[in-house]
Design a protein around this ligand. Structure first.
Ligand code: NAD
Length: 295
């Protein structure tokens, strides 16, 4: 964070009430992290089972903290009370920051963002957790695009320190400042990046995956590559395992986005192993079979 935005971060009013739209893997994780770090959060979804799952996941994580003696049982109840599940927008009205984490579909996100903009205060900030959709495109659904930016968490939210704060063409310094301050309050490390395909992390990660795919096409053994990159090179995991964690379907979609954004550098590869795995329904850990077998 530099210049005017840095000054604005210091002046940003603290976030006292947050909301998350979508109680899935990411929305549930964001709500948990917000609550654990002391910012009450409304978790809104369209389906009761999703809300139940989100709350159960939070309870499971907190239970582990209690088991390890890092949290008292009454502390657990306090955190859980900080997450208010809801199927309607009414309790979202008082949020200073709303993080949208619904399905990765520009149309659905556009509708949800416009709906919530109509409910919150004029100075409330809206942020999208999209991994691949342009912030400027989503901003087109809004009357106050200056109050909107990206807030891209990584999975699992409670363990991954980085948060990309994505500044759109119309995003104001105050909005960036508020979201940076909120991410910091959540115990995360925010970085401010411009709106472009892949933002920052995926622009680094996907050329790495492309290098991995090229090696496979040349006949390399994925298990050997993973062993070298993790055990010998010292990274937490190799590219095959990482693709299984990210989800081959997600990676496949991301490759398309990168190819469209940077056709010369990241163009589609013929017989890309990620494509082949996707077509063979090998999605990674989420369906028990990817490069490795999990079931
Ligand atoms: P998910 O499918 O687990 O959860 C999406 C949730 O949104 C579901 O509970 C669904 O019921 C809810 N939903 C759908 N329409 C809604 C609406 N109109 N209002 C409120 N809730 C609605 O998805 P996810 O993996 O949590 O991904 C959510 C977002 O986060 C996506 O934009 C995705 O690209 C992004 N993201 C995902 C990851 C990841 O690893 N899963 C990482 C970073 C960012």
């Amino acid at each position: 964070v530099k210049g005017k935005a840095k000054k604005a971060t210091k002046l940003a009013k603290p976030v006292e009430q947050a909301a998350v739209l979508g109680a899935g893997i990411m929305g549930g994780g964001i709500a948990y992290q917000s609550a654990v770090k002391g910012t009450p959060v409304v978790m809104k979804d369209i389906a009761q089972p999703a809300l139940d799952l989100g709350l159960n996941e939070a309870a499971k994580l907190l239970g582990k903290q209690v088991e390890r003696g890092r949290l008292k049982p009454d502390g657990m109840a306090k955190v859980l009370n900080n997450i208010v599940p809801s199927l309607d927008y009414a309790p979202v009205a008082h949020a200073d920051v709303v993080v949208e984490a619904v399905v990765e579909n520009p149309k659905v996100k556009g509708i949800v963002l416009a709906e919530v903009e109509g409910v919150v205060a004029e100075d409330a900030v809206l942020a999208s957790n999209t991994s691949t959709i342009s912030i400027d495109l989503l901003a087109q659904s809004l009357k106050r695009p200056e109050n909107f930016c990206g807030m891209h968490f990584f999975n699992p939210v409670h363990r991954m320190p980085l948060v990309e704060v994505i500044r759109g063409a119309k995003t104001s310094d105050e909005t960036v400042a508020k979201v940076v301050a909120y991410a910091a309050k959540m115990g995360k490390t925010p970085i401010v990046v411009n709106d472009c395909p892949g933002f920052f992390v995926n622009r680094v990660l996907f050329p790495y995956f492309a290098g991995f795919s090229l090696l496979l096409k040349e006949g390399a053994d994925f298990q050997q590559i993973d062993k070298v990159m993790s055990k010998q090179f010292g990274w937490p995991m190799g590219p095959a395992y990482l693709l299984d964690v990210v989800g081959i379907d997600t990676a496949h979609h991301c490759l398309d986005v990168m190819a469209a954004g940077f056709p010369e550098r990241m163009g589609k590869m013929e017989n890309d192993p990620v494509d082949l795995m996707f077509k063979a329904d090998r999605y990674g850990q989420k369906n028990g079979k990817g490069f490795f077998q999990y079931a």
